[in-house]
Design a protein around this ligand. Structure first.
Ligand SMILES: [Zn+2]
Length: 250
């Protein structure tokens, strides 16, 4: 059953006034090409859908009221990706300013718990969340990358699966099959980083996307199915719902 009062994109002030909320959930994505077969705003769509499903489950299981905010679409992008049309690179400072304004507003309204559901690999919130803990000492923020904490083994076949690959495509096929055109997808074959030390992760630097891939994807999406997506989402949502239930008690 859908409870619209848990989703700000579907509810209204009349409904919101009748409820007490324990936690605010903020989906965060990006605007960027996703191979030839997925929409630019894939990361915002998937983090929103997963956030909503998790909020529904936490409410059904333990009466935890977590309201899902409309997603933030602005993500941090690699060189080689941000030059492509309509790919929007958002600086650390801008992202931090957005998060600060959201926290400031929520804080003034009496909320004290925020869960960020991140859907974009280029986003990283740890340092800003630490800064926020200094500025708003009794405001708790958890940041969670939905695609990372449930191992892909046992769910997906491809070993390389970084961007617009089998995982993301399957999950989109589960939520929105109408937004996926697998026939047009490229193979997402990546070139390894030129420096061995970067390829073997001795050190990190942003990959130049143009040198990394021809179709902007990293990971072959061809074996994606809605069934694989559904099985994976179930595990992810179980874990996030559990986290929401624990978070209420903090
Ligand atoms: Zn993505």
């Amino acid at each position: 059953m859908k409870h619209n009062f848990l989703d700000l994109s579907k509810t209204n002030w009349g409904e919101v006034q009748q409820h007490q909320y324990d936690i605010v959930v903020l989906p965060w994505g990006a605007i960027e090409p996703h191979n030839y077969h997925l929409p630019y705003i894939t990361d915002a769509i998937l983090s929103s859908e997963i956030a909503s499903k998790s909020a529904e489950q936490a409410y059904a299981q333990a009466n935890v009221s977590a309201v899902v905010m409309p997603p933030i679409y602005l993500g941090s992008q690699n060189p080689g990706q941000w030059e492509l049309p309509f790919c929007i690179h958002t600086s650390y400072e801008t992202q931090k300013a957005i998060l600060t304004d959201i926290v400031k507003s929520l804080y003034g309204q009496g909320f004290r718990k925020l869960l960020i559901i991140n859907g974009h690999g280029g986003n990283s919130f740890k340092s800003m969340v630490r800064d926020m803990a200094v500025t708003f000492p009794n405001f708790y923020i958890i940041s969670s990358d939905w695609y990372n904490f449930v191992p892909r083994e046992g769910f997906f076949d491809e070993e390389i699966d970084d961007h617009a690959g089998e995982q993301e495509t399957s999950v989109m096929m589960y939520f929105h099959p109408e937004l996926v055109d697998l026939n047009t997808a490229g193979n997402g074959t990546p070139n390894l980083a030129k420096m061995k030390s970067i390829a073997n992760k001795t050190g990190w630097m942003p990959r130049n996307w143009k040198e990394t891939t021809l179709d902007t994807g990293v990971g072959n999406p061809k074996k994606s199915t809605a069934e694989k997506g559904e099985r994976y989402v179930k595990e992810v949502v179980n874990r996030i719902a559990e986290m929401l239930i624990e978070f209420k008690e903090v």
